[in-house]
Every structure is written in structure tokens, then in C-alpha cells.
Design a protein around this ligand. Structure first.
Ligand code: FE2
Ligand code: FE2
Length: 360
């Protein structure tokens, strides 16, 4: 059984795998003999490759399968606890708006076989990078929407963010997932992924120049300290939008576990990105993110750097990483039943270390 592109199918071949719609409805059953009418109905369903019984073909997922898998992952990325635990809580409106943009992004990806194959490859080669790309896309879409970008721009930012690290499929696993520190030579190789990614997409008619620029320039910085060219991003035509992805890329990378480092607590990641504005990273992006994502919504069970554990009862909107906490366990692990509160705005040397699941 092989996968084969629609243009290579001829009447008389037999389908080796059933074809389903995005809703899960059966469109064509496995084993059916392909004729002209069936080829047309496959085309109308937006499918570019199918599995058939033949020796000549390609071992790839069908387009529908890839889209389906990606949609599920996107859905998990914005709906499950994992997003709120790592990045904070999004409003219901934000979920709906982000989903709408994601559907439009799928339409673009569906019309480009080469793009789909590259996404497929990164999904299989390096799941961390694939998951990170989904997170960066979700955060970038949210920020682009809240900054007030036009819908068309938001979609192009989302596509660029989703594909920003696509060039990593050309970097060897030994370097990409090396547990220790990279040597200077290895880091020089990693740095090439922006150019490799751009090479993949530069001739694609389906992608806007904005999405392509995000892939090429997402490691460039406002002060010119980035790579691969060292250009100051504000001098680029699409600099304002590239800065969104540069920011969310750094923030997401710091708040996830990697083979070579544990994830940073949210407060540390926010403090790091805050220390990079306005010279290196964009201050408007930081402010927009802080205003629209609540890192520790009321009810979150947290541990403080001093050892106390408790529930967030309210947020200080001026400084969202410094909520008011009702203490449940003191720093020696002793259960507290009296009303005891800590206002982190009044204890500036104490931080939220981590979010936890409450157990009696
Ligand atoms: Fe990158
Ligand atoms: Fe990245």
C-alpha cells in the first residue's frame, strides 16, 4: 500500500484506505475501484493524495489525515488545562476568535501540498518543535487580534508563526535535541534554520510575504542583536508583525520543558521578557499579552518561592504575576485553617514558583 497524489491516479486502481471528511463522515470506502467519477469526488473533497494498492507512490499521510491531526492538536493546545497552566487563562471570546483564524489557516495549508508535507515531517521528526509552533501560533494570533490588526494580517501572522521553525527539519537530531550545551559550531548550524525555512517557502504562491518574512526574521531583534542578518526589525516593512512572533517564540520556549533544560516558572519568564523591552523585544507586545492573559486566575493553587502554598483569591491588575493568596500550607508544610493572606504586591521578594493541583 502506498500513498499517491491525485494527479497520478488512473481509473482501475483500488483505494487501500477509506476516506473520511473532516467531520468523520465516510466519503469513500476502502477497496472501491477508482473511476473518473470517484477521482472527481476526491478532488471536490479537497484531498490531494490517497492510499492505493500499488508499488509506485509516496509514504506520506493523506492531506486529510494531517489536517485532522493538526486540528486536534490545535484544539488541545487552546482548550486543555495545559495552556492555562503554562501560559494563563484566555477568555471565551479569545478562544472563539483564535479558532476562527485557525480554520482560515487550515484553508491555506490545505491548498499547498509541499507545505503539508513539511508540517508532516516536523510532526514526525521533532514533536517538541511542532507543539511549540502551535503554541507560538496561538499566542501570536491572540496578540495580533488584540493589537487591532486586520483579519488578513492576523491570518498571515498565524501562518508565519505556525511555520516559523519549519527549517529545523534540515537540522540533525543530534544537534536539535542535544541534552548538553551546544558548541559554537553547532549553534551556527542551528541558526541556519531561519534561512532553510525561508528557502522552503519563498516561491510558494499560497503564502504571503508577511508569513515568509516571519520565517526568515523571527530571530532578529529590535536592536540588531539577532540572526541571521542582524537587521533591526523596526527597519523592516513587516517589522511590527515579526516582533509579535519574535516575542511569543522566546516566551513559549522558556515556559516549556526541553531535553537540556527544565521550564522556567511563569513569573521568571515574564520577568525575563520584561527585562528585554523596549530595546530587544517589543513593549507593545508585552503589554498586550499581560493585559489579555491572566497567569494566575482566582482559584489557582500555587506554591510561593518561600514555600507556602495557597489559592489565588484576586489579581493585582497592575502586576498580574503578583496576586493575593489565601495560605493553605505554611512554609513548613503545616495546614493553616485560619484566614491568612499574602499580598505579593506587598512582598516584592516573594514570587509564585509554580502552579499545583490541590490535594488534602
Ligand atoms: Fe526559530
Ligand atoms: Fe521557535
Amino acid at each position: 500500500m502506498k500513498s499517491i497524489y491525485l494527479n497520478d491516479i488512473v481509473p482501475g486502481m483500488h483505494l487501500a484506505k477509506s476516506i473520511y471528511s473532516l467531520n468523520g463522515d465516510l466519503l469513500l470506502e476502502k477497496g472501491i475501484e477508482i473511476n473518473e467519477r470517484i477521482i472527481n469526488s476526491i478532488k471536490n473533497a479537497g484531498i490531494s493524495a490517497v492510499f492505493i494498492y500499488t508499488e509506485n507512490g509516496y509514504d506520506i499521510h493523506t492531506k486529510l489525515e494531517t489536517i485532522d491531526i493538526m486540528y486536534k492538536h490545535f484544539d488541545e493546545s487552546i482548550n486543555t488545562e495545559s495552556f492555562s497552566k503554562r501560559k494563563g487563562v484566555l477568555s471565551d471570546d479569545a478562544y472563539a476568535e483564535i479558532k476562527d483564524v485557525i480554520f482560515k489557516i487550515f484553508d491555506i495549508i490545505k491548498s499547498n501540498d509541499k507545505l503539508l508535507m513539511n508540517i508532516n515531517k516536523i510532526m514526525e521528526k521533532d514533536f517538541y518543535t511542532y507543539e511549540h509552533s502551535l503554541n507560538v501560533a496561538v499566542l501570536s494570533i491572540l496578540i495580533a487580534l488584540r493589537i487591532g490588526c486586520e483579519k488578513e494580517i492576523v491570518i498571515n501572522v498565524g501562518v508565519g508563526a505556525l511555520l516559523h521553525d519549519i527549517g529545523k527539519i534540515l537540522i540533525t537530531d543530534e544537534i536539535l535535541n542535544k541534552p548538553g550545551k551546544l558548541t559554537d559550531e553547532e549553534f551556527e548550524i542551528i541558526k541556519k534554520h531561519s534561512i532553510y525555512g525561508y528557502e522552503f517557502v519563498k516561491d510558494s504562491d499560497c503564502l504571503s510575504q508577511l508569513s515568509k518574512d516571519i520565517i526568515l526574521y523571527h530571530h532578529e531583534r529590535l536592536d540588531g542583536s539577532g540572526y541571521p542578518t542582524g537587521v533591526k526589525t523596526n527597519t523592516l516593512e513587516n517589522g511590527k508583525y515579526i516582533n509579535i512572533v519574535s516575542f511569543t517564540d522566546v516566551f513559549d520556549a522558556m515556559t516549556n520543558d526541553r531535553v537540556y533544560k527544565k521550564k522556567m516558572p511563569l513569573y521568571m519568564a515574564l520577568e525575563f521578557v520584561s527585562s528585554q523591552v523596549p530595546d530587544v523585544l517589543d513593549i507593545d507586545v508585552l503589554e498586550t499579552m499581560i493585559n489579555h492573559i491572566t497567569p494566575f486566575p482566582p482559584g489557582t493553587y500555587v506554591q510561593l518561592t518561600t514555600g507556602e502554598k495557597g489559592f489565588v483569591v484576586s489579581n493585582n491588575f497592575e502586576n498580574p504575576t503578583r496576586p493575593i493568596i489565601k495560605v493553605v500550607y505554611d512554609c513548613d508544610g503545616i495546614r493553616i485553617f485560619d484566614d491568612a493572606y499574602i499580598d505579593l504586591m506587598k512582598k516584592l521578594t516573594t514570587f509564585v514558583q509554580d502552579t499545583l493541583i490541590f490535594k488534602e
